[in-house]
Ligand binder design. Sequence first.
Ligand code: IMP
Ligand code: MG
Length: 186
Amino acid sequence: MSGDIAEVLITEREIEARIAELGAQISADYRGKDPVLVGVLRGVFMFMADLVRHITIPISVDFIGITRYGPSTRTHGVVRFVKDLEIVIENRHVLFVEDVIDTGLSLRYILNSLETRSPVSLRICTLFNKPRIRLFDLDVAYTGFVLPAKFVVGYGLDYDERYRNLPFVGVLRDSAITQQRLPSNT
Ligand code: IMP
Ligand code: MG
C-alpha cells in the first residue's frame, strides 16, 4: 500500500508533534469552558483520536456524518446530514474539528447548520488547510499544516475509501489512480 505513494509530504512524527502543540493550545484557550469538539466522519477519526489525547481539560466529543451529491460531487453538490449530533450544543462552546479544508463548501454548510443551534462560540480547527481561493470566507482558528494544492491521502484521508490507515500524508502515484473520479464523501 505505501508502494502506491509517490511522495511523503508530512511524516508520522511531524504530525504527532504538531498535534501535541494544537492540543496544548486548545487546552489553554478553552480552560474552564467545557467545549464540545465536533468532527465530520469519516476522514477526521484519526486526527480527533490523537488530538483529544493531547487535550488536558474536560471536553465532550461528538460526530456528524454528511454526504455530498449532485452533478459534481466534489465542488457543486448538495450536502446532506446522514448522522446528526447527539449532544445539544446550545449554550456550549463548540470547536469544529476538520481533517482537511479544500474549497470549504462542506464546512460552510455544516457551520451554518450548527450556528442555528445557538452555541456560545463556534470555531474551526483543521489539521490540513489547502491554500485555495475559497468560495467562502472561513475564519480558521487552528491550522496544523498548510498543504500544497494537491490531492493527498493518509492519516484519515482517502482515495476511494483506501489509504486512510497510512500513518503519514502523501501523494499517490499516477499508477494508483485507477479512476478519474475523486471521493464523493468525507
Ligand atoms: P471541501 O468541501 O472542498 O473543503 O472538501 C473537504 C473534504 O473533501 C474533506 O473533508 C475531505 O473528505 C475531502 N478532501 C479534500 N481534499 C482532499 C485530499 O487531498 N485528499 C482526500 N480527501 C480530500
Ligand atoms: Mg473523503
